[in-house]
Design a protein around this ligand. Structure first.
Ligand code: IYR
Length: 222
């Protein structure tokens, strides 16, 4: 049994109310400028940016602090091509009959289809994996808790970090995406969670004209 160790909360920063309000609004305004982008330029991402964004993802809270995530940053054109081909094969089946009509109808405003050229054009694809269990120092199985929640939170941190750094993203979920684990050589205890496409938008990138639900619809104060 590891000894329980506590340290002072040195990282805490106390802020005056005005500064809190300012920062809350500023962060909202930053995040409200995020859009899912499906057309990318092939412009490379400056060195170190993805690494720091992944460090941010790794700061997410997780069940029993098991950190049940793994991120594979794919820059290699050959691997990106393989991912595109495998994803498009699944998507052809999805759009060609596997998806129920109501789902296709719901996607209509997004204008998506089985073609995923961005999987090759974008300079980086981050495959997010959820680890259903971990390995202790002697290779023994270690239980993980709230894996989906934990990896979802870490992915949210990652999206916010990439956006904050000046990169566009797309959360892409080819379905099913078992091929990702095989293509990227991940162990069987890791389940693909989603694929985050990132890079700079194409000069002529267009996004659907969507609006976000107002606060009154998404929240209740009691
Ligand atoms: N995976 C498909 C379909 C798709 C599903 C949902 I839910 C979306 O919000 C967007 C697309 C695709 O990527 O086209």
């Amino acid at each position: 049994m590891e000894e329980r160790r506590f340290i002072p909360l040195d990282s805490w920063t106390e802020r005056p109310p005005d500064e809190m309000r300012h920062r809350a609004l500023e962060f909202y305004e930053l995040m409200n400028r995020r859009r899912s982008v499906r057309q990318y330029s092939d412009r490379p991402i400056p060195d170190g940016v993805i690494e720091d964004c992944l460090r941010t993802a790794g700061t997410a809270p997780s069940g029993a602090h098991k950190q049940p995530w793994h991120f594979v940053a794919v820059r290699d054109p050959g691997v990106k091509r393989k991912i595109r081909l495998a994803a498009e094969e699944e998507e052809r089946a999805f759009y060609g009959g596997r998806a129920p009509d109501d789902w296709l109808e719901a996607l209509e405003p997004l204008g998506t289809d089985e073609r995923k050229p961005f999987l090759e054009t974008a300079p980086c694809l981050i495959a997010v994996f959820a680890r259903s269990f971990g390995r202790g120092p002697d290779g023994e199985r270690e239980k993980h808790y709230y894996v989906q929640e934990s990896v979802g939170i870490a992915t949210g941190f990652l999206i916010a970090a990439l956006h904050g750094a000046g990169l566009a993203t797309l959360t892409h979920t080819p379905s099913p995406m078992g091929f990702l684990g095989e293509l990227l050589g991940r162990p069987k205890e890791e389940r693909p969670f989603l694929l985050l496409v990132t890079g700079f938008p194409a000069a002529d990138a267009r996004v659907p004209d969507l609006s976000r639900s107002p606060l009154a619809r998404i929240s209740t104060f009691i």
